[in-house]
Design a protein around this ligand. Structure first.
Ligand code: ADP
Ligand code: MG
Length: 240
């Protein structure tokens, strides 16, 4: 579904991604772990063109997404992204947050968009918050809203960048539960996370990204119980 070939990205003289090659199959759940500053966010941002790669390729279902002929806004609709800081629209109600993009960008009829949004909101336990404004929501509720908003576009892949890192501890679980449910529904997911137990539980594959490269990858069992690379061993010894 998504493939990178020797993906590179620099900011000025700082080479952040030094050639990342990997693929993600339809329905696969891949976790990305690694030390801060290693390039994890930049990697995700290159995948939906929030950053422009400056070397290598990103292929979505075989098509090079840096190709000038690609319809970027259409491509972005296929890729949902949820960030660390739940960036929901404060001036719109919960329901409006969810229906905005489907109505504006996909021309979904308003009634249908509302119905689908309500179904999604109920699925994450926010059905009774539909008419509230985000300021009335807890951090965990805002992040669940951000996930629903991305899902409302019916993306083919969901990218999560540390979705629980900015949450108070008691709210982490409710957000992880929503993501866990998505993995069970067959969604293709790439998630950067510091929740090692969660990564181990939900992932088909784990990538350890450090210094701009994939230093090691494997099944959760391989990475968490018998990592081979010294940098992986060192990282895990600090976080586990
Ligand atoms: P991670 O998500 O693994 O913590 P990032 O991809 O955020 O790592 O960052 C990797 C490196 O790139 C860091 O040194 C960071 O300061 C730098 N960086 C990220 N985005 C930018 C940017 N827009 N401009 C300049 N430097 C950046
Ligand atoms: Mg990051």
């Amino acid at each position: 579904m998504l493939e990178t070939r020797n993906l590179k990205k620099s900011f000025g003289k700082l080479e952040v991604l030094k050639g990342i090659s990997t693929g993600i199959r339809r329905g696969e759940v891949v976790s990305i772990i690694g030390p801060s500053g290693g390039g994890k966010s930049t990697f995700l941002r290159c995948l939906n063109l929030l950053e422009t790669p400056d070397g290598g390729q990103v292929l979505f279902k075989g098509q090079d997404i840096t190709d000038k002929k690609l319809n970027i806004s259409q491509y972005r609709q296929s890729i949902g992204m949820v960030f660390q800081h739940f960036n929901v629209f404060p001036n719109l109600t919960v329901l409006e947050n969810v229906t905005l993009a489907p109505v504006l960008e996909k021309k979904v009829p308003k009634d249908q968009a509302k119905e689908e949004a309500m179904a999604l909101l109920r699925r994450v336990g926010l059905g009774d918050k539909a008419d509230e404004y985000p300021r009335k929501l807890s951090g965990g509720q805002k992040q669940r809203l951000a996930i629903v908003r991305a899902m409302a576009m019916k993306p083919e892949v969901m990218l999560f960048d540390e979705p629980t890192s900015a949450l108070d501890p008691e709210m982490v679980k409710e957000v992880l539960n929503v993501i866990r449910e998505l993995t069970r529904s067959g969604m293709t997911i790439l998630i950067v996370t510091h929740e090692m137990g969660f990564a181990r539980e939900i992932s088909d594959r784990v990538l350890f990204i450090c210094d701009g490269v994939i230093k090691e990858e494997g099944t959760p069992e391989q990475i968490f119980t018998c990592p081979h690379e010294p940098s992986t061993i060192k990282f895990l010894s600090m976080v586990l």
